[in-house]
Write a protein that binds this ligand. Structure first.
Ligand SMILES: Nc1nc2c(c(=O)[nH]1)N[C@H]1C(S)=C(S)[C@@H](COP(=O)(O)O)O[C@H]1N2
Ligand SMILES: [Mo]
Length: 371
């Protein structure tokens, strides 16, 4: 009995080994073997005088690497992959370029997902144009290329790639005006926005920018956004202006649009930079920035707004409140610098004590640098 059992166990093991070997025969196929997605096109813009197209087949002719990469999705799940394909650097070399030549590279996917990889990442990371993952061709909905950047978060790993934009952006001047989102939103049309099980209020980015920034600023190609948790992103002007900012309920303020894949939404917005206007959320700022006290009030130091948004300091500032009234204060009149806080009515307010005594602005809408 015993030996029969042993024998059958041995047979089962043998059979398993044979099938495993058969399955493994896939591994003998070279990673760049021809496949059904070889003709799928990817538009390349910004490399040559004119846009052109490359295919997965073209990429298979370049020297490939395999790199292990791990990241976490925003919901906490792990993404782990061994990504095979040419490095972006290898592709760029064909055109006499390197990643370091660009201020950002935007990857766009077939499902409308898009993200710009910033200069800091381009300067320090390997970017893989992968067509094989974990030794197998990509799943159909990941074809023809999945960008993988080991060491960077999965939001940069664009699957179903259809377009690459190589940007050498003209430098945008630093902001010279800050608008407080809470005050601005009170004066804009708000619509119901279905958000999971709740109905929240949202404003249109188009309305916000038309009213409080220079919507005709032609230098603007990208709109920069930063969230309370440190997330930073550039969105295209067109995508930005076709979106909403949800100003009530969970995760507010949240940048979103029904036409975007979820990964493009940004929760807990701290500020937006559109051209030379910074749009700042006081409540988010008070939650994530160092606190400052001034007499019996607690808030954010006025100087923090400059530090955060990269707004240049000046000698003279115009403070405007929601009712349109404004005061101009010089540096000596600002004294120690001033405080942005939430007043008893729950509105954004400003206070300072300088050479002309105590100054207050209730329901603060904006601060503009005059000189
Ligand atoms: N085409 C496309 N690529 C995308 C996304 C998307 O929605 N569409 N989401 C990104 C985000 S936010 C994450 S976290 C990862 C998710 O990894 P996955 O490829 O395992 O789904 O894909 C990134 N690449
Ligand atoms: Mo994500």
């Amino acid at each position: 009995m015993k030996s029969i059992k042993k024998l059958s166990l041995l047979l089962v093991i043998l059979a398993l080994m044979v099938t495993m070997a058969a399955c493994d025969s896939k591994k003998d196929v070279p990673a760049n073997a021809p496949g059904p997605f070889d003709d799928q096109k990817i538009v390349v813009s910004g490399l040559l005088e004119r846009d052109f197209e490359i295919t997965q087949g073209d990429l298979k002719k370049l020297a490939a690497v395999t790199k292990h990469a791990e990241s976490t999705r925003s919901n906490g799940e792990k993404v782990i992959v061994d990504a095979t394909g040419p490095l972006l650097e290898t592709f760029l070399k064909e055109y006499g370029k390197t990643q370091k030549d660009f201020s950002r590279i935007r990857f766009t996917a077939g499902d409308k997902y898009s993200i710009a990889v910033p200069q800091e990442i381009l300067a320090s990371r390997l970017v893989i144009l992968s067509y094989v993952n974990d030794g197998r061709p990509l799943e159909d909905d990941y074809q023809p290329v999945r960008i993988v950047i080991p060491g960077e978060r999965a939001m940069y790993w664009v699957k179903n790639l259809i377009r690459m934009d190589f940007e050498t952006g003209a430098d945008q001047k630093p902001p010279n005006k800050v608008v407080f989102l809470e005050t601005a939103a009170k004066n804009l049309p708000q619509e119901d926005y279905q958000y999971y099980d709740s109905v929240d209020k949202a404003i249109k980015t188009q309305d916000l920018i038309a009213e409080y920034a220079d919507i005709n600023d032609t230098v603007v190609a990208n709109v920069f956004m930063k969230a309370g948790d440190g997330l930073q992103k550039n969105e295209t002007k067109a995508n930005f202006l076709a979106a909403f900012i949800k100003v009530t309920g969970q995760d507010q303020p949240k940048f979103l649009a029904p036409q975007f894949p979820q990964g493009m939404h940004i929760r807990d917005l701290l500020y937006i930079i559109y051209g030379q206007t910074a749009i700042f959320d006081y409540t988010e700022g008070s939650a994530c920035l160092p606190k400052q006290t001034f007499g019996d009030k607690e808030g954010i130091a006025f100087s923090q707004i400059f530090k955060q948004t990269g707004m240049a300091g000046g000698n003279k500032y115009k403070f405007t409140s929601a009712d349109g009234k404004s005061i101009v204060l010089t540096n000596p009149e600002l004294g120690e610098g001033g405080l942005i806080y939430q007043n008893a009515e729950g509105a954004v307010a400003f206070t300072c004590t300088g050479t002309s005594g105590k100054q207050n602005v209730e329901d603060l809408l904006s601060v503009e640098m005059l000189q």
